[in-house]
Write a protein that binds this ligand. Structure first.
Ligand SMILES: [Zn+2]
Length: 403
């Protein structure tokens, strides 16, 4: 009994050490064997042995030589870029985005389709787009290890089911099992804000932060929480519906049934809606021929943001108003949670300065002095790829943990 117990114990220790080494290579690459030994507390002999196996499994590769500390120059290691690849799917954008990614979250190939309200229409499009990138020349001789999907709404993480997405107008959609019927590789489904935080933690602004709030601004608005280095999902995994916090007590009715929701005042959808209403009132004053729905469908929020960038006064006014509402919301978040960093991301782009600067200016002017002085507000470097990069991180986190 004793030898069996210690045998399984040594297997567990071996697995633990392998993950430790993989994690240090991921977070410190390119890194030498002696440096890995120093960072993990393992002996150089153990590290050399583990690295040998990781190289044999094509999980790790050498990328040159580091600085010598007396003897010969040590080889530098990184995660292997092309032996394994993952598929990322973003349902939180205005279109269905699919990408082929490597372990660094780099996008090697992308494809997109239109998202339909009808799930029966969208699923075949999604399957088609995934198959397209799975068979593209960029795959080469690599193995596809998994599919990561990021989606808005309330998600049951355990089953990969979208319980309720107001934005997609989807309810009780078992997305993981639907996709699993089409693909043999494992499928992982995550909520947009939680996966965006994961993407920032693995590849972006959150690499060195433990208390961070990610503010996702897109068609809707949501937040992701990283508290003490862990993603906070709430009692039932549904935290972060920031867009449906009511900030105008008598505001317009939202799709969620509430009134005066932040999403209806500060999102890209709100910018498009406001721009189309103004265009409509001008057109109607002349012709009275344009129905509301038609006019709304024509407005691209990015065109309004671009127009604001080059100084169009009406666009600036619309964008600044949305930015002011977001700023008030961000100040409330800072007062409530005292984060060290706020990252504004989602579909908003670093170049949307009129919107972002207004939001930051208002947030700083409204926040209490103490939490306000210790917080940094930045913009995600990923721009509209934030969802895809988060979905990729979702796959790599699971795959590396089980490798
Ligand atoms: Zn709402």
């Amino acid at each position: 009994m004793k030898s069996a117990a210690s045998g399984s114990n040594s297997v567990e220790i071996g697995k633990h050490n392998r993950h430790l080494v993989l994690d240090v290579i991921r977070t410190h690459e390119p890194v030498s064997r002696p440096e890995i030994a120093r960072l993990t507390g393992l002996t150089t002999a153990t590290v050399t042995n583990i690295v040998g196996k990781l190289q044999k499994d094509r999980l790790v590769e050498e990328v040159g030589l580091g600085q010598s500390t007396g003897g010969r120059k040590p080889g530098l290691l990184q995660l292997a870029r092309n032996s394994r690849l993952a598929i990322a799917v973003d349902l939180a954008a205005t279109e269905l985005m699919v990408a082929l990614t490597n372990v660094k979250g780099e996008i090697l190939r992308r494809s997109k389709r239109e998202i339909a309200m009808d799930i029966a229409v969208t699923v075949p499009r999604m399957v088609d787009a995934i198959k397209e990138v799975m068979t593209c020349p960029e795959v080469g001789g690599a193995t596809i290890v998994g599919i990561g999907v990021t989606t808005p709404g309330l998600i049951d993480q355990a089953t990969g089911t979208i319980i309720k997405s107001v934005r997609l107008d989807w309810y009780h959609v078992p997305l993981k099992s639907i996709l699993q019927r089409h693909f043999e590789v494992p499928v992982f489904v995550g909520k947009d804000t939680a996966t965006a935080i994961l993407g920032e933690q693995w590849y972006g602004a959150a690499r060195h932060a433990d208390n961070l709030i990610y503010v996702w601004v897109g068609t809707g608005i949501a937040v992701g929480f990283l508290f003490d280095g862990r993603v906070y999902a709430g009692a039932t995994g549904m935290a972060g519906e920031f867009g449906h916090t009511s900030i105008e007590w008598n505001g317009a009715r939202c799709k969620c049934g509430n009134e005066g929701c932040l999403e209806g005042l500060a999102s890209l959808g709100a910018i498009a809606s406001k721009a189309s209403c103004r265009a409509l009132s001008e057109e109607n004053a002349v012709t009275r021929e344009h129905p509301v729905r038609e006019a709304r469908a024509r407005v691209d929020p990015f065109a309004v943001l671009d127009a604001a960038c080059i100084g169009d006064l009406r666009a600036r006014e619309i964008v600044r108003e949305a930015g002011r509402y977001l700023g008030v919301g961000i100040a409330n978040l800072i007062n409530l949670f005292n984060p060290e960093r706020i990252v504004i991301g989602g579909q908003i782009r670093p170049k949307d300065k009129e919107f972002i600067d207004t939001a930051i200016e208002v947030a700083k002017s409204r926040v209490l002095p103490e939490p306000g002085s210790s917080v940094t507000i930045t913009v995600s470097d990923f721009g509209p790829d934030a969802g895809l990069i988060g979905a990729a991180a979702l796959v790599w986190r699971e795959i590396l943990a089980s490798s």
